[in-house]
Write a new protein. Structure first.
Length: 449
């Protein structure tokens, strides 16, 4: 789109765009505008820097009508205090020629002062979930008039453990409302939240740029399991000349910790780890040590790594195959920046094969496959997640309704009462005819005792 004119913006908005020096909408703004304006639920996948704040604010402000309502009609939830301040400032600049009143609330400051600040009422309320909830409980603000809910940086929000606070707030909102959600990455947690709360949303996302990919040489290996992946990675990392600045992407905090532990003996002095369970200090230190070259290897999860400005990364290793193909694009975009040549290596298990195909379909490119180097030892060890499930009698907490003599404490729906004997039977057979115990099994059993 060549200019904002094609969006038929109100005079107030187009003047504000002119003042800000914005000439035309960014791709996510162009996509989001008609959909959000139509009132549909929307899930936007877009990274910071793409203009996502304006992407949801432009249609909201375009549709906004003067109201005498004291309580807010638009609620924007963001994960951090810094973001509250930033979004409030941005919204104020976008709404410069409208009479829209904006306020921001966040934790870590005196709640009474904040309650006073918002006592006069506002149209748009921006806040972090915890403080917002406390203010509602203190009756400093009511959320009963909310017509549009925006949750920004949902992935970070959930990664920081805000799901409970979010659902608390959902319960205070009117059922008839528009839900708009923005996330930089699609994760299992985000997907679950959408399925649980958002009816039939329209998905929008910024087109994946193909030009950037030209700088990145991609390859992949078929690997049977976690610990064989670790062996292969160790083999690759042994070449510290070519692999001089490596980000290893892991599917979860747990997996990241597990790999970090496994590499303690081999790479401890040249490796850092970053995920949201690490303290702020630890995280800052890990990034500094990686950026200044004291650490050659950074183990990271998707959510935490996306905001980082990492320089001159030689290799991105995808230890897992991300189930949402966009995440692969975000990951590999960490290398090959600013015309540097970058490398991306993907590990995939048979289970991850469909995800790998989805990535290739998205890029319209077949990632060249490399044979497993002969020196790499195939591991028989399995992670707890990879273990076959125990037979039912060894999982006492998995009591099936059919096993209960009396009525269940709470009635389950007919659907949930069904017992899938087939797979339980299969599991039992598998257990019976299983290969000799692997080291992983023993570990697992030791832990259980
Ligand atoms: P965001 O992704 O919302 O963090 O925005 C990234 C930056 O892009 C912010 O500094 C915005 O002010 C700026 N921006 C947003 N929309 C536009 C636009 N259409 N043209 C130029 N800059 C923009």
């Amino acid at each position: 789109m060549e200019s904002f004119e094609q969006l038929n913006l109100s005079k107030a908005l187009s003047n504000a765009m002119g003042d800000l020096g914005y000439e035309k909408p960014t791709p996510i703004q162009e996509q989001a505008f008609p959909v959000i304006l139509s009132g549909k639920n929307v899930v936007g996948i877009s990274q910071t820097g793409t203009g996502k704040t304006l992407a949801y604010m432009l249609p909201i402000l375009q549709a906004w009508k003067f109201s005498k309502e004291r309580h807010p009609t638009v609620l924007i939830m963001v994960p951090t205090r810094e973001l509250v301040i930033q979004v409030v400032e941005q919204v104020e600049s976008f709404a410069k020629y409208q009479s829209t009143r904006v306020a921001g609330v966040y934790g870590g400051t005196n709640i009474n002062t904040q309650a006073l600040e918002i006592a006069d009422g506002m149209d748009i309320l921006v806040g972090t979930p915890g403080r917002l909830y406390d203010l509602v409980l203190a009756r400093a603000v009511s959320l009963r008039s909310i017509k549009k809910l925006v949750i920004d940086e949902v992935d970070v929000m959930l990664d920081l453990g805000f799901r409970f606070q979010l659902t608390n707030i959902f319960e205070l909102l009117p059922e008839r409302r528009q839900n708009i959600m923005f996330s930089a990455t699609m994760t299992e947690d985000v997907d679950e939240l959408i399925k649980d709360f958002f009816y039939d949303p329209v998905h929008i996302s910024t087109a994946v740029s193909g030009t950037r990919l030209e700088n990145i040489s991609q390859s992949m290996y078929a690997v049977p399991n976690f610990y064989t992946k670790a062996n292969l990675l160790a083999h690759l990392l042994a070449n510290n000349v070519d692999f001089s600045k490596v980000v290893v992407f892991m599917p979860s905090k747990k997996a990241a910790d597990r790999l970090f532990e496994r590499f303690q003996e081999t790479f401890a002095s040249e490796m850092g780890i970053i995920h949201s369970n690490k303290s702020q200090n630890n995280r800052i230190q890990a990034i500094e040590r990686f950026n200044d070259g004291s650490n050659r290897i950074l183990i990271a999860t998707d959510v935490i790594a996306r905001g980082l400005d990492l320089d001159k990364v030689t290799h991105v290793i995808n230890f897992d195959t991300p189930p949402f193909p966009e995440n692969y694009m975000h990951r590999i975009g960490r290398t090959g920046r600013a015309k540097e040549k970058g490398n991306s290596i993907l590990f995939y298990t048979p289970k991850e094969e469909p995800a790998r195909q989805a990535i290739e379909a998205l890029m319209d490119y077949q990632i060249p496959e490399r044979p497993m180097p002969e020196e790499v030892e195939q591991s028989e060890e399995l992670t707890p997640e990879e273990q076959p499930r125990l037979p039912d009698h060894l999982e006492p907490h998995r009591v099936l309704d059919a096993d209960l003599s009396g009525p269940a404490f709470h009635e389950k729906s007919a659907k949930n009462q069904k017992v899938n004997l087939g797979s339980a039977h299969k599991r039992k057979m598998k257990q019976k005819f299983k290969k000799p115990k692997t080291r992983g099994d023993k570990r697992q059993n030791r832990k259980k005792r």
